[in-house]
Design a protein around this ligand. Structure first.
Ligand code: ATP
Ligand code: MG
Length: 274
């Protein structure tokens, strides 16, 4: 059972639910409203991408879902329980994977198990980590140090680490943003493999519209700061996708809609620095 929840039997269905979430930061130059009445639902097993102008509040949204901070108003729910403090069953991956250089790759992947699954025998922890590493094509690299791997390989290892403890939710904050285009496309395909083998519910923050439609079931476009949900695009593609699916007329149409929405959102962004 997750920590950081307060149970409310009246809350139901979606795995992640945000209801009218608003948040304002206090800054040296005054209050900075960042989120404005955000309402989002993600069903169990769903994959939602969030796109929006830089500085509109996307990373703030991920911190709220992970219970790392509380909204000024509105509520965040996970599995029908209100999120009130940091959650151990949220897996997170970021743009720059922070792997510990003094640990081997497999030991880095095992780290969350050492924290949240202390009862699991070490051999079993290692077996699970090695299994995930093999799913992402890193067999043979398990005993290397992070610095011996390429950026794309480190990001694969980081994805394994974020999934090793079978989190309820996987939060991805621009995890592929720093990779070259080919490596990024490899990682997109690996995400599909992982989703098939290790079903999870995901929220992906990205600036890459092709990435959003390739990976998600639904794309939410946030307005400029303070962010509201400006537009929701259901991604009309089969769950199993190949890169060719990005070059169909339907995909071009979806991308055109998203580009247009982003333009509108950028027009809405307040002039204060992000
Ligand atoms: N702890 C904080 N205190 C004050 N202001 C903050 C804090 N965290 C974020 N902000 C501000 O809130 C706004 C939203 O930040 P956030 O990181 O959520 O944006 P973002 O959409 O993730 O941006 P990017 O696309 O560039 O990653 C920014 O203007 C940022 O400067
Ligand atoms: Mg961000």
């Amino acid at each position: 059972m997750n920590q950081g929840h307060s149970k409310d039997s009246t809350a139901e269905s979606p795995l992640i639910k945000l209801t009218s979430v608003s948040h304002t930061f206090s800054t040296a130059t005054g209050p900075l409203p960042v989120l404005d009445g955000l309402t989002i639902s993600i069903a169990e097993g769903g994959f939602t991408a969030v796109v929006g102008p830089s500085g509109c509040g996307k990373s703030t949204l991920t911190r709220l879902i992970a219970g790392l901070m509380k909204p000024d108003s509105g509520e965040v729910w996970l599995h029908g329980e209100k999120v009130v403090s940091p959650l151990s069953t949220v897996g997170m991956a970021f743009q720059n994977p922070v792997l510990l250089e003094w640990r081997s790759i497999v030991k880095n992947v095992m780290l969350p198990l050492e924290i949240v699954a202390q009862g699991m025998p070490v051999l079993e922890q290692e077996e699970r980590a090695r299994y995930l590493l093999s799913l992402v094509g890193l067999e043979g690299f398990e005993d290397k140090r992070p610095s011996e791997l390429s950026g794309g390989m480190r990001q694969r290892a980081s994805l394994c680490r974020s999934l090793v403890h079978k989190p309820d939710v996987l939060i991805l904050d621009e995890p592929f943003g720093a990779l070259d285009a080919f490596t990024r496309e490899d990682l997109w395909q690996i995400m599909h493999t992982l989703r098939e083998e290790e079903p999870f519910t995901a929220l992906l923050i990205t600036h890459d519209l092709r990435e959003s439609i390739f990976l998600a079931d639904e794309v939410i476009v946030l307005s400029g700061r303070p962010a509201r949900s400006q537009y929701v695009l259901p991604v009309d593609m089969p769950k199993k996708r190949s890169l060719d699916d990005l070059y169909t007329a339907k995909s071009s149409e979806m991308l055109a809609v998203l580009r247009e929405q982003i333009k509108i959102a950028q027009g809405n962004t307040a002039s204060a620095s992000a």
